[in-house]
Design a protein around this ligand. Structure first.
Ligand code: ATP
Ligand code: MG
Length: 161
């Protein structure tokens, strides 16, 4: 009897561990960048996002200051394109949003396509709307951890539904 209980507890423990390691957060963060906003693509991009099965759980239009754009992309501070990136991201209004879907981070990276639109696959947002590697229409978080940090950068918990 004790052996049976012990085996059962081990099985339960195994399943809990497996569940924990395979579990991902189901949210990601995106921005429709100033190029796409200026070119009137906000509606088209939101439609592609919705059609791909993402639910918008927070959204706002805003204009980043240079300071805020620099803070958001601080991870790229040492890269040669950092100055250009900060200039671009603070040039005009953007739409920031938190999106929900199973496997959100990876699925959204697939939906937006490669950083350089020349390498982006057909059917991706960047293939359709990006004009260059710098001005590439949309941002997408690259990890669950960054998705949370970036969502919290723009939205209070009261604004995340
Ligand atoms: P994002 O983080 O905006 O979703 P990404 O993850 O595809 O883009 P990153 O390597 O994180 O690409 O670069 C951040 C952003 O910096 C790019 O989206 C682009 O706007 C800009 N960028 C990246 N590489 C270059 C480059 N070689 N020249 C100019 N701008 C660049
Ligand atoms: Mg990135």
């Amino acid at each position: 009897m004790n052996v049976q209980i012990s085996v059962m507890l081990n099985v339960i423990w195994y399943y809990l561990c497996a569940l924990k390691t395979t579990q991902m957060t189901n949210r990601t963060f995106t921005m429709i960048k100033p190029d796409a906003t200026k070119n009137g693509h906000t509606g088209g991009i939101l439609e592609m996002i919705n059609k791909a099965g993402f639910r918008i759980v927070a959204m706002k239009m805003t204009h980043l200051s240079k300071e805020k754009a620099g803070e958001f992309y601080a991870v790229h501070k040492e890269r040669p394109f950092y100055g250009e990136l900060v200039e671009f991201m603070s040039r005009g209004p953007i739409t920031a949003a938190i999106l929900e879907k199973d496997n959100a981070v990876e699925d959204f990276r697939n939906l937006i396509g490669a950083t350089n639109p020349a390498n982006a696959e057909e059917g991706t947002i960047r293939k359709k709307y990006a004009t260059s590697i710098g001005e590439n229409a949309v941002h997408g978080s690259d990890s669950d951890e960054n998705a949370t940090i970036e969502g919290d950068f723009f939205f209070s918990k009261l604004e995340q539904f």
